[in-house]
Write a protein that binds this ligand. Structure first.
Ligand code: ATP
Ligand code: MG
Length: 430
């Protein structure tokens, strides 16, 4: 029976392993193979004079990254990885890899990102790359676990929709029988409707689609969003949940992903400190005005350059709060005493925005008037507005980009590195 390579020790005796041919070295009378599975690497040593014809023939024919099944005797060998080697009595090629490989799995200098993404299945065979996705998996586990413990119900909302969530964002139209339909840009309207359904705390982790012609290292056309919505809560309460979720996720990764962090050569993994600073939007603009050359004023979106300048000043995660109502969506709740600003926030990593959220408008009349103010037609939102006429509790929530969370957590240069099969303007395959 096959045993994981990590479990093979000098005490194992006779063992069967299966895995990829990581490296081949031929030293005349001796041939060395490094065989890799997801648990580790073992050296298979073939003394050419002492093994069968069949073993020799297979060893000669095999290429790097082929799958082999090897049985043999385990011996202690100080110089080999893990302090042991396997001397085969059978060496079988299970699946031969073509040569040349489209991507070199063992090369120290990584290929460029496009080449890597074109051959992603080979790219992720590298422990360094696999580590990103193992950490992503652990992070998502921590997030699910945290939200369940906080009493959230996990929901799934449609990704094929009839209307945009908000004006402005470009949508992907799709062929849907004889109707006009789109891929959803956000679960916003649906998670709000679930507040009217009485669920009180819901979350969804799922894809969001944005048809914008981005050409940046932090935008994708298909991203993964972690969305929550909470009844009888204000923006302060959901900011607390968000900062706690970030810290719990970092802590879990720190405790459970030591090997993966080492593979990524991250030795200074720092869990962010709470509470995160709450920086009013007006103060954020003032910082940007002092630090960047481009003109920026109250009421402008925060540009990438401004984001970097403010981030450098803040040093760790922080919230930008009290945004001008004009530049936030219609569903953000204006302050009663000054409706020109609203109870919206962004969670920022020093490098970029991670999340946007707000206390929402729960009063029907105010919502309709805000939709009109944005130049949108309330009639096209009737499916969304209807629940607001039948008992809608006050509520608040946010959407957090999973891909950017992993990108910033691991210091990756490009969000595409945090996504197995990224979708951007130029990439639809694989
Ligand atoms: P940005 O201004 O950085 O483009 P946004 O304000 O348009 O982001 P939101 O609509 O607020 O994005 O979405 C909430 C979160 O979802 C963002 O903070 C981000 O983490 C993530 N997100 C949104 N759009 C994208 C995208 N195109 N690619 C990757 N992540 C995204
Ligand atoms: Mg945003």
């Amino acid at each position: 029976m096959r045993i994981p390579i990590q479990s093979v020790t000098p005490k194992t005796g006779h063992a069967e392993i299966s895995g990829w041919v990581h490296e081949v070295r031929d030293l005349g009378g001796l041939a060395f193979f490094l065989i890799r599975d997801r648990t580790g690497i073992i050296q298979v040593t073939i003394p050419k004079k002492k093994v069968s014809e069949a073993v020799l023939a297979a060893a000669k024919a095999v290429s790097r990254e082929s799958i082999v099944r090897v049985t043999g005797t385990v011996k202690a060998m100080e110089k080999a990885p893990g302090g042991r080697e396997l001397v085969p009595d059978s060496f079988e090629i299970v699946s031969l890899a073509e040569t040349p490989l489209p991507l070199d799995v063992v090369e120290k200098v990584p290929a460029d990102l496009d080449t890597r993404l074109d051959a992603r299945f080979l790219d992720v065979r590298r422990p360094r790359v696999a580590a990103v996705f193992q950490i992503r998996s652990a992070a998502m586990h921590a997030i699910n676990d945290f939200l369940h413990k906080e009493g959230f119900t996990s929901i799934t909302t449609p990704k094929i929709v009839a209307a945009a969530t908000e004006g402005g964002t470009e949508l992907f139209p799709i062929a849907y029988f004889d109707k006009e339909a789109f891929l959803n840009q956000s679960p916003q309207l649906y998670k709000q409707m679930m507040m009217a359904a009485g669920f009180e705390k819901v979350y969804e982790i799922g894809p969001i689609f944005r048809a914008e012609e981005h050409n940046t290292t932090k935008h994708l056309n298909e991203a993964t969003s972690i969305d929550i919505e909470v009844s009888f809560a204000d923006h302060h309460e959901v900011m607390r949940i968000l900062e706690e979720l970030i810290v719990k996720t970092y802590e879990y990764v720190n405790v459970t992903c030591g090997d993966q962090l080492a593979n990524l050569e991250i030795n200074d993994f720092a869990v962010p400190r709470t509470p995160f600073a709450r920086l009013p939007y007006a103060d954020a603009i003032a910082i940007a005005q002092k630090k960047i050359a481009d003109p920026i004023k109250f009421g402008d979106d925060i540009s990438a350059a401004a984001e970097h300048a403010i981030g450098a000043e803040m040093g760790d995660h922080y919230f930008i709060v009290d945004w001008p109502s004009e530049i936030r969506p219609y569903y953000a709740m204006p302050y009663e005493n000054d409706p020109t600003i609203c109870k919206a926030f962004d969670l920022m990593h020093p490098r970029m925005e991670l999340s946007s959220g707000a206390q929402r408008v729960h009063k029907y009349e105010l919502l309709v008037s805000q939709i009109k103010k944005k130049g949108l037609n309330p009639e096209s939102f009737e499916f969304y507005l209807r629940p607001f006429r039948f008992g809608m509790p006050p509520h608040a929530g946010w959407g957090l980009g999973a891909d950017r969370l992993i990108m910033t957590m691991l210091g990756l240069g490009n969000v595409r590195e945090a996504v197995l099969f990224p979708r951007d303007m130029h990439r639809l395959v694989p």
